[in-house]
Design a protein around this ligand. Structure first.
Ligand code: NAD
Length: 291
């Protein structure tokens, strides 16, 4: 099936969508159309791709200006999703992490895309099976969870929904490899799939240690960095990627999936958020360390 892919589309031209679209054109040589709510958002995504290619490739002599122009010629943008997906073979949805919005997108894809098209989602936490259930092709719906920054991070989690076929899974694996990634296949109905789920457990324990004042965030991160050879500690990484904000906004989703015991926000994060902080290091420095 991978051989039959010619035209691709990415829904959502934000941080992840624009980076995924870049790889589809730059590494796989596919035509790719970026879709977002407005032309301005689409154009921002395309401009981001052009800037990255200039900065990381053309200015370093890794791509010629002609190669840049050829790659950029493969990338189009459109706010009209219906028109875009009419002739498409593979769609990756990378819109906001909101189940209702994603379901609406999948229903609209079903209405306009050809029968053979595969629908993938870059969701970090939502169930692929729930997205598949709003389509008439649950066997052709799969998760392709890329990590940020997309060009740098090797992992793609290929997530099988309850009804995802072997052929669709194999196509998603092959596509990930074509984009220079190391895919792992996992099952649906795991909040955070493999990597985020295990990582979140570590973050939660680290937060509990801050709460108990076993150590400062610096000491906890240093212990994990040096003790387990991690490039960044869990708390500094969560500060860096804006993880606390996501944790606050997705508490209901997490409770639904993990149950109240595991899913409920730690009181420290609730307190931090209500005090107007989105990062734990400054909150520790300004408030917690003084208590
Ligand atoms: N940011 C990360 O580090 C990261 C890492 C892995 C996976 N993800 C997942 O990738 C997805 C996108 O995340 P992001 O960080 O790129 O978000 P983002 O906010 O940067 O971009 C999301 C884009 O989706 C657009 N959008 C919203 N509703 C839409 C609709 N109905 N149709 C088309 N576009 C629509 C928004 O306008 C926005 O441009 C989420 O599911 C997220 O969980 C994010």
């Amino acid at each position: 099936m991978i051989e039959k892919i010619k035209k691709t589309a990415v829904i959502g031209s934000g941080m992840m969508g624009s980076q995924i679209a870049e790889l589809l054109a730059r590494l796989a040589g596919y035509e790719v159309t970026l879709v977002d709510l407005t032309d301005e958002l689409v154009n921002n995504g395309i401009k981001g791709i052009a800037d990255r290619i200039d900065r990381f490739f053309v200015s370093k002599g890794k791509l010629s200006p002609e190669e840049r122009d050829r790659i950029m010629g493969l990338i189009k943008g459109n706010a009209d999703m219906k028109a875009v997906v009419e002739g498409v073979d593979f769609v990756i949805e990378a819109a906001v992490e909101n189940l209702a919005i994603k379901k609406e997108i999948f229903a609209n894809l079903e209405a306009s895309a050809p029968q053979h098209a595969i629908f993938a989602s870059n969701t970090s936490y939502q169930n692929i099976s729930e997205l598949a259930a709003v389509t008439k092709r649950p066997d052709k719906v799969v998760g392709t969870h890329f990590f940020n920054p997309v060009a740098k991070m090797a992992l793609v989690e290929v997530v099988r929904g309850a009804l995802t076929s072997d052929e669709t899974t194999e196509t998603a694996v092959a596509l990930s490899k074509k984009l220079g990634k190391e895919p792992v296949v996992c099952r649906d109905f795991s909040y955070g799939f493999l990597a985020n789920r295990a990582y979140l457990a570590m973050v939660k324990e680290a937060v509990q240690m801050v709460w108990e004042k076993v150590g400062s965030p610096e000491e906890i991160d240093k212990a994990l960095r040096l003790g387990y050879n991690l490039p960044m500690g869990p708390l500094e990484l969560f500060d860096f990627v804006g993880g606390w904000k996501i944790a606050v906004s997705s508490e209901q989703d997490e409770m639904r999936e993990m149950g109240p015991e595991k899913g409920k926000l730690h009181p420290l994060i609730r307190m931090m958020s209500r005090a107007g902080y989105t990062e734990i290091y400054p909150f520790w420095k300004d408030a917690l360390s003084k208590w």
